[in-house]
Design a binder for this molecule. Structure first.
Ligand SMILES: Cc1cc2nc3c(=O)[nH]c(=O)nc-3n(C[C@H](O)[C@H](O)[C@H](O)COP(=O)(O)OP(=O)(O)OC[C@H]3O[C@@H](n4cnc5c(N)ncnc54)[C@H](O)[C@@H]3O)c2cc1C
Ligand code: SF4
Ligand code: SF4
Length: 467
């Protein structure tokens, strides 16, 4: 029996370290790891010990004997990867670096702003040093950022990452302040005078606007806002009124990344009840940004054994031309797209239709969005327009996460809105490395933080907006 990595993998590489026979790749430091959509287990070498299953925070690894029919593509994906990158050396990799130790005696106190994945991975790295205490400030009343409010509700396995974050926040040495917005309830400068270092992990603020006429009409919303509504984000309750219009009707999703597919599944699902969702990609199908694992999941939606099967169709555009030197996974991707292009709709089922080479030039309608105009002049009528073209993000100048000694940045606030949940782990490790270098060098925030014990932070928050 071999084990197989499936759709929910978020590339944090925890399993790679656990494997006694070095059969999970790409590993950190190997070519392609930084961009990898997922990692792959070599079925030829896997000894079926199950160590990786325990290590995985999102339940992505299953024995091949327990794969569902719609997950079989992951076996082919792994085989394709090892055809291109055989990784013949099976010496267990000593990937666990020796634990770094601070050279200066503590105690040190670090403030982390934002309790999303990046802030919590950074806190976890910092707490490996017994000299460091961490206080995390989160503006919402609940932690975990987009891992709670962005990740799709039907990605049940991925959402299991919450258990890892709960373990991180339960560590002694970490104090979590919920309902405290830095910049409103407490200023960054106030934190800088009370802590040896401040790490900003505030993510990327909002959905990017479509940037075409009509994009601010009622009935136009962003895909992250939609995901947040479906996950009961307190600031999104009023979206329910917008969504009534699409019950039994048609929605258009603009964009062709994973978040666009999340939005499409949500819209045809029972929470919204659209009859048809048209996903419009600006460029050709071969430029679509959704990952192959997400495509595997999408293809499986039509499985008649599901309680609520959904038709998924690829409406137009030529089948992708095979590349002369195909990237690993491109054969499976091509096969799945060809399969979608050949499907015919089943009467009565809700459907998701993917259409490429279709840039949108305008959202039409007077009082609210009623359609989208495409570059060829045609208009697609719709009851709702969802923009899934990424997040706005203001870059911050930094080196390895260091904005200046004592002030750091990590996660989406540092890299922009790219990568997977696990990508924020390596990102936080880099930032914390720069922070530890500065602590060792005696560089930090300008003031003397040891004069301000923790109760002074609580005193600072008393009477302000904190809970
Ligand atoms: C819709 C959507 C779906 C996604 N689905 C997946 C998926 O299925 N799998 C996957 O691997 N990745 C997924 N991602 C990507 C993943 O969510 C991100 O990589 C990750 O959340 C980024 O972490 P972050 O901590 O940098 O930002 P965030 O998750 O945004 O966290 C930032 C935190 O900072 C807080 N904050 C902001 N400003 C302040 C302030 N001034 N004071 C205090 N607190 C503040 C915010 O409230 C938030 O809790 C998805 C992303 C989106 C948008
Ligand atoms: S089951 Fe064991 S041998 Fe197989 S990939 Fe997981 S850790 Fe490695
Ligand atoms: S999520 Fe992490 S531990 Fe799980 S399979 Fe992917 S890389 Fe391995």
């Amino acid at each position: 029996m071999a084990y197989v990595v499936t759709q929910s993998c978020c590339s944090d590489a925890s399993c790679v370290v656990a494997c006694p026979v070095n059969c999970i790749h790409p590993a950190p430091g190997e070519p392609g790891f930084a961009e990898a959509e997922m990692v792959f287990i070599d079925a030829e070498t896997c000894v079926g010990c199950g160590a990786c299953v325990t290590a995985c925070p999102v339940g992505a690894i299953v024995p091949d004997t327990r794969l569902r029919e719609d997950q079989r593509a992951f076996v082919d994906l792994a085989a394709e990867y090892y055809d291109v990158f055989p990784h013949r050396d099976r010496t267990p990799v000593a990937l666990v670096p020796r634990q770094r130790r601070l050279r200066r005696p503590g105690p040190f106190r670090v403030a982390v702003v934002g309790a999303g994945p990046a802030g919590l991975y950074a806190a976890d790295e910092l707490l490996k040093h017994p000299e460091i205490d961490v206080e995390v400030f989160e503006r919402l009343d609940v932690p975990h950022g987009l891992a709670r409010f962005g990740v799709a509700a039907d990605h049940v396995e991925t959402r299991r990452v919450a258990r890892l974050f709960e373990q991180i926040t339960a560590q002694p040495g970490l104090r979590l302040h919920l309902g405290v917005e830095v910049g409103r309830d407490v200023t960054p400068e106030e934190l800088e005078t009370r802590f040896d270092a401040v790490v900003h992990a505030t993510g990327a603020p909002a959905d990017r606007r479509l940037g075409v006429p009509g994009d601010s009409l009622p009935g136009v919303l962003g895909a992250t806002a939609l995901a947040e509504w479906s996950n009961a984000h307190p600031a999104r309750r009023d979206l329910a009124a917008e969504l009534v219009a699409v019950d039994g009707g048609r929605a258009v999703v603009i964009g062709a990344g994973n978040v666009a597919l999340d939005a499409a599944r949500l819209l045809v699902g029972p929470m919204v009840g659209a009859r048809e969702v048209l996903v419009l990609g600006r460029r050709g199908v071969d430029a679509a940004a959704f990952t192959t694992p997400e495509l595997v999941g999408l293809v499986g939606l039509a499985d008649p054994s599901r309680p609520d099967p959904v038709d998924v169709l690829l409406e137009s555009g030529p089948a992708p031309v095979p590349e002369p030197f195909p990237a690993p996974g491109s054969g499976v991707r091509s096969r799945l797209l060809t399969e979608l292009a050949q499907r015919r709709p089943a009467p009565g089922r809700p459907r998701i239709v993917l259409r490429f080479d279709s840039p949108v030039t305008e959202v039409t309608g007077g009082d609210r969005a009623r359609g989208v105009r495409l570059a060829d002049g045609s208009v697609v009528e719709t009851d709702l327009v969802v923009g899934a073209i990424g997040q706005d993000w203001a870059p911050v100048a930094h080196q390895r996460g260091r904005v200046r000694p004592g002030v750091y940045v990590t996660g989406w606030a540092k890299r922009g809105p790219t990568g997977f949940l696990g990508t924020n782990k390596a990102c936080a490790q880099e930032t914390v490395g720069a922070l530890l270098d500065d602590l060792d060098a005696g560089l930090g925030t300008a003031s003397s933080p040891h004069a301000h014990p923790s109760r002074r932070v609580r005193g600072l928050l008393t009477g302000r907006n904190s809970r």
